[in-house]
Design a protein around this ligand. Structure first.
Ligand code: GDP
Ligand code: MN
Length: 397
């Protein structure tokens, strides 16, 4: 589950991590009230308006703007609220901005220049440990640093059983080139950040930039947080934070009926039982020149009702030109599944008119094939994996 910047920052603040402070608004009428409140709490002179959407690169797309007085602030809030923000990470239509975060300005001048660092925490699947990734080259161009100067990005594995050891936090601060007060602040920042990552059961923290202010404070200016969906049951307080406007409506519908559906970009719908089989099926479609339109796992039951629900979900994607059903009949008998598919096709009448290729293997596969072959609809059988993929290609052409 992805969070907005303001939600991510709330988790950080709750764990004592220093953040750039602000208030979120969905209506511009509260702008001045919030601004005055911020001045009172932080003493800020300028303000920053930040679009809250589930995509990065907002600064580059014009979704992060500095306001030097209240008039400017009101104008910027009006401009950004309700805009379709296009960034390097959104589609070409952009994303509708429903909320903005108004923050204190933390790039104020002082004894030294503000400095932007990059820090993220995620799972290192190779080592089976958590990993802190960091760089002195934080800010809006981190993607090009990763591409052109990967040697400027450093990694520190953290053993999940031991947790972060003090010397690791100090080593990172040292490698970031800090000394004195900033060094101490960064060491504390990293330690608390790691604790926050663990206790929120997150799968990603990306803080870019982490800022060293001109008076040597360290703070999170941005926060991209992904919570592990499998842990939400332990965090009832975050459940209501899910922003359904940011999620794919078909995925929401699928979740409500207990189907595991992920929307993809291709033209072949996949209906399978089991996630492993889903992965193999998508690989096979790719290998034979097609492109999977989704990942849909119907799980253990594949009766007519469930198959019909799955077909209806798949067909909401207008790019789908054919459906590949790939089901292994172990406990669920293939002939039952075949009958379910034929019945579903029949029940759906005019709302389905694309070909369906059905590969059923396992118990009663031969009877199942006969049911498919004898039906009057655009439903075709295949026994072998490859045969199914070839058939898809033939029908698409
Ligand atoms: P992103 O572009 O979606 O990653 O959004 P960020 O929250 O990282 O903000 C983008 C950029 O806005 C930062 O890299 C900063 O350069 C700038 N920015 C953010 N906060 C402030 C601030 O308080 N003052 C000033 N002057 N610039 C800021
Ligand atoms: Mn950022």
């Amino acid at each position: 589950m992805n969070l907005h910047e303001y939600q991510g920052k709330k988790i950080l603040a709750e764990h004592g991590v220093n953040i750039q402070r602000g208030y979120v608004l969905s209506n511009k009428k509260d702008t001045i009230k919030v601004a005055n409140q911020l001045v009172k709490e932080t003493g800020t002179v300028w303000f920053v308006v930040k679009a809250q959407i589930h995509a990065g690169g907002r600064g580059k797309g014009g979704g992060v703007k500095l306001a030097k007085n209240l008039d400017e602030l009101e104008n910027i809030v009006s401009d950004i609220l309700g805009m379709h923000l296009i960034t390097p990470q959104t589609s070409k239509d952009g994303k509708l901005v429903n909320q903005v975060l108004i923050t204190e300005d933390v790039y104020y001048p002082g004894d030294s220049e503000p400095e932007e660092f990059y820090i993220s925490i995620l799972l290192n699947r190779e080592s089976g440990k958590n990993m802190i990734m960091y760089s002195t080259e934080g800010g809006m161009d981190i993607e090009s640093v990763a591409e052109n100067n990967p040697e400027l990005i450093f990694y520190e594995d953290i053993d999940p059983l031991i947790g972060i050891i003090p010397f690791q936090a100090r080593k990172i601060s040292f490698n970031l080139g800090l000394s004195g007060k900033a060094f101490k602040e960064m060491t504390k920042f990293i330690t608390l950040l790691y604790k926050s990552y663990i206790s929120s059961d997150s799968s990603l923290f990306e803080i870019n930039p982490v800022l060293k202010t001109s008076d040597d404070k360290i703070m999170a200016v941005d926060a991209k947080v992904t919570l592990d969906d499998n842990s939400i049951f332990r965090h009832k307080e975050y459940e209501s934070w899910r922003d359904l406007k940011e999620e794919n409506p078909v995925e929401i519908e699928a979740r409500a009926v207990g189907l595991n559906y992920v929307d993809l970009d291709g033209n072949v719908g996949c209906m399978v039982n089991g996630a492993g089989l889903a992965m193999a099926t998508m690989d096979l479609i790719k290998q034979s020149g097609g492109d999977p339109a989704n990942f849909l796992d119907v799980g253990g039951t594949a009766d007519a009702k469930r198959v019909e629900t799955a077909f209806r979900l798949i067909l909401k994607d207008e790019n789908v030109k054919a459906i590949l059903v790939n089901i292994f009949g172990g406990i669920v008998r293939c002939d039952r599944v075949a009958q379910g598919i034929v019945d579903a096709y029949n029940n759906m009448g005019d709302s389905i008119n694309i070909p369906i290729i059905v590969r059923l293997q396992g118990t009663n596969a031969e009877i199942a094939k006969k049911i498919i072959d004898n039906c009057e609809f655009k439903v075709y059988s295949a026994i072998e994996f490859q045969e199914a993929a070839d058939k898809i290609q033939e029908l698409l052409n």
